[in-house]
Design a protein around this ligand. Structure first.
Ligand code: ADP
Length: 595
């Protein structure tokens, strides 16, 4: 069977090899087994059910939660020359009839449908006596009440097992935590499934976490080095998405904002312009999420600390789906933590749920303030235990050095003690630095013995070291009392004794150096020509640019520069249909360029 699958892979998609896990899943579905597929975003899940759908004799039903997602997938499949369609409330009567007659004739291979549409009595009785080869449940974590995307309709899908007995199912998701996995198995009723749990490492994403000082400037500087590339800036509030977008627009960046407070039309218009590369940067709340199936997002920036590791990893997963190098940049501060705590406390959730959310927030704080491999932290969090370091996070790329910071710790702890544990972080820093600010004077802190004892270090250094002391359990933060810093049972030994305190040396990290000299690269020139052509095609056909050809394919074209149509088969991502449709135009552009 593998042979037929491999042949289809090349013929339809123009791909030369399977990615990890894909071939086994395809084989197992072809043998009629249920499958549970857990793969990170960009791992290549769609192909796992699309390829069997093309090989199997009858219709495949694909359950998908969002109309935008379905439309994009269908547009991409049509470009590949595959017979796919979708039924949802946004379709006209005529459009529905076209799809239904294709189903009646048996010519449609894939039907994308929302769970609520699928579960309607009318739909079930219509499809009941059709031959169904496969049922795919995309974004299957929507069955889980624990995640952010719970969709009650998903829990009712199980009854389709009775409607279509013997049809194999494949449930797919990028959400990795164990509780969700168990829920998917139970609630969907998968029978003796073949489970594929791929590594969640995204080797093409470089992860950097930075203290959130002057973040707007840092973000501007970073984005200026990414001219013409697509990126997302996630912000905590609607207002900050608007502000950030304005700041970027001011310096000539093609940016826009997106949040749930906008009407549906404006949102879908913005999303469409982003998909078509007409807007480079979207500043968004997490409302901008699941529907984003754009493969050439080169960076994801978090303006604020995300609420948990799951959300963070899902959000940065939107970068680099095409496998090309991409960046994830996160800014964090204690103020973010306080705000997120408030959101949790003010929320409607049950006490037990709030407790979980608080501890998840603690864990993401541990991640950002960690000095060891961040990828490992994340993978271990998801239960993929390993100790090999990743070499694509800031801590691996610029390993911090440790030293005995006993004296630093003693100064900070003594300042906290002498201010009677009633000073905030910024006040403690002012005391250490010997600042005569009004509140410091008013509170009498200028009189404490430690006043000015830490002039040798800068404010950012103190902020960093005190954060490390918090993480070492030597200082605690009283969130209920204006975030005053307190001592802990461990502090005393350091204050009075001679125990070493291992700290990591402060590093002045910056988002990225500004590139002054633009390197003139001929390949880039051709890439730009091809990109412009692709944008024109996308506009003409009213479909996202990446469904025509991926960036990765354009890159390969601009480096290999084939000028004969037959040679296009060697390029990853150009199958038969695309070669016939676009081949002539592509080789002509390359030939002209070469001249
Ligand atoms: P996911 O749904 O897991 O996030 P997708 O199915 O969207 O990922 O795939 C991500 C990208 O990888 C897509 O651009 C897809 O065409 C590409 N891709 C998938 N499988 C392969 C493969 N075997 N070879 C090359 N590219 C692939």
């Amino acid at each position: 069977m593998s042979h037929a699958a491999r042949q289809k892979l090349l013929e339809v998609y123009g791909y030369h090899t399977f990615r990890a896990g894909q071939e086994e899943i395809v084989d197992s579905l072809m043998e009629g087994r249920d499958n549970l597929v857990i793969m990170p975003t960009g791992g290549g899940k769609s192909l796992c059910y699309q390829l069997p759908a093309m090989l199997l004799p009858h219709l495949t039903i694909v359950i998908s939660p969002l109309i935008a997602l379905m439309e994009d997938q269908v547009a991409a499949l049509l470009q590949l020359g595959a017979k796919a369609g979708t039924l949802h409330s946004g379709k006209s009567y005529e459009e529905k009839m076209v799809i239904e007659s294709a189903i009646n004739e048996g010519s449609l291979k894939m039907l994308y449908i929302a769970p609520e549409t699928m579960l309607q009595e009318r739909m079930i009785s219509y499809l009941k006596d059709k031959k169904i080869s496969l049922i795919a449940i995309d974004e299957a974590h929507c069955v889980s009440v624990w995640g952010n995307d719970f969709r009650p309709e998903y829990t009712a899908l199980k009854k389709l097992k009775e409607v279509f007995p013997g049809t194999p199912w494949v449930a797919l998701t990028a959400t990795a935590d164990k509780a969700t996995q168990d829920e998917m198995l139970n609630k969907l009723g998968l029978e003796n499934p073949n489970i594929t749990l791929s590594s969640f490492e995204r080797e093409n994403i470089t992860i950097t976490c930075l203290p959130g000082q002057k973040r707007v400037d840092q973000i501007k500087r970073f984005i200026l080095t990414k001219e013409g590339q697509s990126g997302i800036v996630y912000c905590l509030s609607r207002k900050s998405t608007e502000k950030m977008s304005a700041k970027l627009t001011e310096i000539g960046i093609k940016a826009a904002y997106y949040h749930a407070g906008m009407d549906a039309l404006s949102r879908s218009r913005i999303q469409e312009r982003f998909q078509n590369d007409e807007i480079d940067v979207i500043c968004a709340t997490i409302a901008f999420g699941m529907g984003i199936d754009k493969s050439n997002v080169r960076y994801v920036i978090h303006f604020n600390l995300p609420k948990n590791v799951e959300s963070y990893y899902q959000e940065i997963g939107r970068a680099g789906r095409d496998g090309l190098p991409s960046e994830a940049l996160l800014f964090y501060s204690w103020a973010d933590v306080m705000q997120l705590r408030r959101f949790i406390d003010e929320g409607e959730a049950a006490a037990e749920f709030k407790k979980v959310q608080h501890s998840k927030l603690d864990r993401i704080w541990d991640l950002v303030s960690s000095f060891s491999c961040r990828t490992n932290f994340i993978l271990n969090y998801f239960g993929e235990y390993r100790s090999k370091t990743c070499k694509h996070c800031d801590n691996c790329l610029q390993p911090p050095e440790s030293f005995d910071g006993k004296v630093i710790a003693q100064k900070a702890l003594s300042a906290i003690a002498r201010c009677n544990q009633s000073a905030s972080l910024s006040q403690i820093m002012d005391v250490l630095k010997g600042s005569y600010k009004e509140d410091i004077r008013a509170l009498g802190f200028t009189e404490v013995k430690t006043f000015g004892a830490g002039r040798d270090l800068s404010y950012p250094e103190w902020r960093e070291y005190i954060t490390q002391l918090v993480n070492l359990g030597l200082v605690s933060i009283d969130y209920t009392m204006n975030s005053h810093l307190n001592l802990t049972p461990l502090s005393k030994e350091v204050l009075t004794g001679d125990v070493p305190v291992s700290l990591f040396a402060f590093q002045k990290k910056k988002a990225a150096p500004v590139k002054i000299k633009k390197v003139i690269d001929l390949e880039d020139d051709l890439f730009e020509i091809l990109r412009k052509w692709r944008a024109g095609q996308a506009r003409k056909q009213g479909i996202p640019a990446y469904t025509i050809l991926h960036d990765k394919t354009l890159k390969e074209l601009s480096s290999v520069k084939p000028t004969r149509i037959e040679l296009l088969t060697e390029i990853d991502g150009i199958g038969k249909a695309k070669k016939e449709k676009y081949g002539a135009a592509i080789v002509e552009m390359i030939a002209n360029y070469k001249k």
